[in-house]
Design a protein around this ligand. Sequence first.
Ligand SMILES: Cc1cc2nc3c(=O)[nH]c(=O)nc-3n(C[C@H](O)[C@H](O)[C@H](O)COP(=O)(O)O)c2cc1C
Length: 203
Amino acid sequence: MIWAILGVGILTILAFAITIVTIDSSQYKRNQKIIQSLTETQKPSNTLVVFFSRSGNTELMAKKIAELEEAHVLPITSNNYNIGFKGWFQSLKDARNTEAEITATTINLKEYDTIYIGSPIWLYSPAPPIFEFVSNNDFTNKKVVLFNSMNSKFEPQYIDEFKNSVEQKGGTFLKHIYIIRGRMTQQMDVNTFLSEVEQKLIN
Ligand SMILES: Cc1cc2nc3c(=O)[nH]c(=O)nc-3n(C[C@H](O)[C@H](O)[C@H](O)COP(=O)(O)O)c2cc1C
């Protein structure tokens, strides 16, 4: 009897993980196609959009913000959180960390006065790569806007933690904008997502 219950438990966890990883991967492919249709300015700009994204939702948000604000774009990447089971498991394990192995560690922010910084929400908190990015850079005289994409919920204490880390590096935290996409099986379509980005920037 115990073995049967254990077996059902393990199968349920496995089915859950496979479902999530499959949805992640199909979102990633869909988002990459749409991202290519958004335009990036080649002109000088005093606004920069920095983002970390696993399955492309935050990247979509970043590219739309950049298009609307005529901003430059800087992706933060981390091989530890690639799409697939290994990356998903590692994301879950590290979700609340404020350190991560990233590329684009220290960059010259001299030409920018406003910096948007975005990531997905992992276990109610902005993902570790953007905390790492902030701790490596100097935000003196920079205005910072945090943006996040998520399925359902974040906890304000982790947004405050991010705000504090920006302030410790000399920046001014302007605001937090976010899009709640809905739970796995009932997520908003891409057009609604993109027009929400537009609305959030106006408000
Ligand atoms: C490890 C992990 C933890 C997550 N935790 C949350 C969470 O606490 N709250 C939430 O609303 N969404 C959560 N999500 C969903 C993501 O925030 C959501 O799918 C987001 O849009 C993904 O952005 P991306 O495509 O840029 O990676 C989690 C996703 C992962 C992979």
